[in-house]
Design a binder for this molecule. Sequence first.
Ligand code: ADP
Length: 469
Amino acid sequence: RGKWRRVVRVLKELEEDCETSVGRLKQVVDAMAVEMHAGLASEGGSKLKMLLTFVDNLPDGKEIGTHYALHLGGTNFRVLSVQLEGNRSSILEHDVERLPIPQHLMTSTGNDLFDFIASSLKEFIDKGNDSEVLLGGRRDLGFTFSFPTKQTSISSGVLIKWTKGFSIEDMVGRDVTECLQQALNRKGLNIRVTALINDTVGTLALGHYQDADTVAAVIIGTGTNACYLERTDAIIKCQGLHTTSGFMVINMEWGNFWSSHLPRTSYDIDLDFDSPNPNDQGFEKMISGMYLGDIVRRVILQMSRESDIFGSGSSRLSMAFVLTTPLMAEMHEDESPDLREVARILRDTLGILEVPLKARKLVVRICNTVTRRAARLVAAGILGILKKMGRDGTGGIAGVRSRSAVNMKRTVVAVDGGLYTNYTMFREYLLEALTEILGEDNAKHVILRVTEDGSGIGAALLAASHSSN
Ligand code: ADP
């Protein structure tokens, strides 16, 4: 009996430490808005980098013609072409090809990598029979490059550092667009790289193309990030910045957000300590698909240390990241009365055999607690952005508060990423929290819209809307 009490205590402590009351979430909303302000006020003023993207107009549906896009984000890259007909409601016709990057090119030279990419693009174009290019006409291309880059214009940016297994030293500090452009030229392709963007910005562009009330985009996949449309005069750290629209998209890099109001557990602290980037990406480590499964694993491990309800201790349970977030979601969403899926995953993945039903139910509660916290924190983050934009119904944050009555404007947030699109419970908890924080009336005006493939299609759209033709 005593051992069961100890295990239940572990669960209770977890639930208490993950507590996300509406009051606490509102503090997170405020903290996000305040940090956004700080990050815009000065370079290094906040953990939020609030990077300039130089994207100052979003596609409005009038774009026409064929445009290309490349997305280099990890071990794969994608090539696509989009045909636009100048009518927002017309269906975008697009062809996509996903190709693996050969391992040796990830640590080779910039020329080798970009020559390979340019060849693949050339093959793709040849297959597509694009008569315009074949006859020597020019095409625009948008390049989605999911590595940290310091942008210097809409179509140029310098690589800060490689991540995700890439290590091509001669590229660091160089202009990424120029490297691609030169490779395209070497292949004799008459294609101009007119936009260099981050994947959240692509999602915002596609979202805005589909619905003009879209003002922000959030990605919740392996990692998490967000971007939104900011007034140029609010970007204080960049004096004299001027755009014709008066706006610019800001890439928040919100995975690195931190606030003392975030409900943190000992498992989060250990996970961070064991990670290759301690003290970095704190928000992301509580939220994104890379980590949720591992938080759950750590709680089960703690329970197995306190008692033998999970058998005599399995060595697999100590292996970081063996329990992935999709597996965690399967356990969480197991609807069989005897929790058969939970038993299967505990056995096959964690090597824990013969777990009594009572203990399987505990596992489901752990999954629920970890996911619910993550989803509710994302809701608070999104509302922090809307608060900064004065679109949360309260009239913005101190200093820019308008005294007049504020009517909620219809506000759309484009959302993408495997965690949001595949994990139903996560999505439901997120929407529930939005309504709790905003109140039912205001919540009606905020729409989260799944915007898939924005990282690719959005780049092609931005190439079109920033074409110098
Ligand atoms: P990425 O972010 O890696 O570019 P995605 O947006 O497709 O790609 O997100 C993939 C991530 O989404 C996975 O790493 C995983 O954590 C999460 N994910 C995918 N499918 C599911 C699922 N069924 N349940 C929960 N999480 C999932």
